[in-house]
Design a protein around this ligand. Sequence first.
Ligand code: F6R
Length: 609
Amino acid sequence: MCGIVGAVAERNVVQILLEGLRRLEYRGYDSAGVALIHNDDLNIVRRIGKVKALSDAINDENGLGTTGIAHTRWATHGGVTEANAHPHVSSERFAVVHNGIIENHKSLRESLTAKGYRFNSDTDTETIAHTVADIRKGTDTLLEAVLSAVKSFHGAYGTVIVDKHDPSTMVVARSGSPLVIGLGIGENFIASDQMALLPVTRRFIFLEEGDVAEIKRESVRIIDANGNDVEREVTESNVEHDAGDKAGYRHYMLKEIYEQPSVIRNTLQGRVSPDGVASDIFGRGSDEIFAKTEHVKIIACGTSYHAGMTARYWLEAFAGVSCDVEIASEFRYRKSVVKPNSLLVTISQSGETADTLAALKLAKESGYMSSLAICNVDGSSLVRESALSFMTRAGAEIGVASTKAFTTQLAGFLMLVLAIGKHKGMSSEQEQAILQGLAELPSKLEETLALANEIDDLAEEFSDKHHSLFLGRGDQYPIAMEGALKLKEISYIHAEAYASGELKHGPLALIDADMPVIVVAPNNELLEKLQSNVEEVRARGGIMYVFADKDAQFASDETMRVVNVPHCSEAIAPIVYTLPLQLLSYYVALIKGTDVDQPRNLAKSVTVE
Ligand code: F6R
């Protein structure tokens, strides 16, 4: 979390930094700040709130500098105050921005305080500033000071440090939090995500774990974790991104919901045809690995975890391969047994989620046959650290609540089912059913989006609600979970999801007229069972909102509102039924007046554990 951007140039860099922060705001938006070096002075401007508050505070006097660093914060240590906003300063000379957590900050704080350093914030970051300042007293350069200082930091961090006495240098260190160097002509940049730098360069160097780099206007020097000077590959980015463009939609989230038919066309493009799935679309050699795969282990967080849960139903039912799914933060801290010939699949929109990355690292040491990342960001840490990869091609997702990233992950998983299933004796009927489903998917999503007005109307009924239940069965259970997550994230209504067969084992006690119950009901083999669950709710005076296939024979009455979702094949139903739930949470959030694109307390890329 937290966004970092920095620049060393001949021109004034303040607008580059502010634009970079705007593009990184998805990483955190509690407060923002900038440090600029101008005429041997360090100008610091910090504001609580979004980047807009910071840019409003910048003027011709405080907004000058040819070297600068900037930060948008998602608070970990210390509340949301201006004093805790980055950059943090030591000795009126060194300024630091930081993403991640310095776990041993308490002991560092004690020893630095004993040496006479005064702390002005509650943050762990300030210990970086004072440690570097202290060590710099005995070194010739800032680079040497940082190389020595990082030895005393425990935890995951990405940090950038400037010294007003060395105005054309930034020193950066990466340990567990991503940092990318942007190469310009006579100017260079640093950021926690390449998106921040796209207006100024397309040439990037992704730093590796343990790297420390000295960035000057004309040069970049990188020193690896072993203390050796290294050359890292320069990559040319073809990422498309225009964070400023909502294309006429009121929110990014709405735009991204509506983009789903077209981005899913991109996901499928060139990868699947009426004859089947193209070979090796999951990376060179993937077909050979799938032929040997006897078990699939899926690891992810949040919405991506829900995609993995859906995929488990598909992999076992359609491809006939055993599968289990686990939350990354659980997997990384428990002892687990690896089944023979297991393929590890991680899923992540950002490719930078700290828990998922740590789980991948652990799994790689634990005997998995191979690792596959299903990801939306090419060049991200997860992709670089996995043997195989599959890009979901959803395009940049700006809304903090994930929408199109999720449905493209699901489309990717259906292709994985085909790619693994062909080695496991999947019947041609089953293969054709999935292929046909994928072929009609974009148009089915377009038809489903036409329900928006009806759902908008229905959302009114949630205006005074504080709790809700989502129900689904089989591969719609994870879709109910995803629907509940969307509603709680952006409307702040408490939402729980249950596999509807579980109702009678406890949650029925919650049912009354104030607890809306949202049901996803495609016309599948579990429909009758689901209908019985609906009757259980009705008998207890519950009010239901049922998203159902029109053949499912649900009819609206005083206790139930039915929204007919276009009929679709079984394989793609989880993707199709996701859209009405996304729209429902969006319209409920509008009524509740929340910040739809940047809901409170959240950040898009969770790079701390
Ligand atoms: C919810 C949401 C989060 C993410 C989770 C994992 O809308 O976006 O739950 O899915 O933080 O993030 P990624 O997919 O980037 O690993």
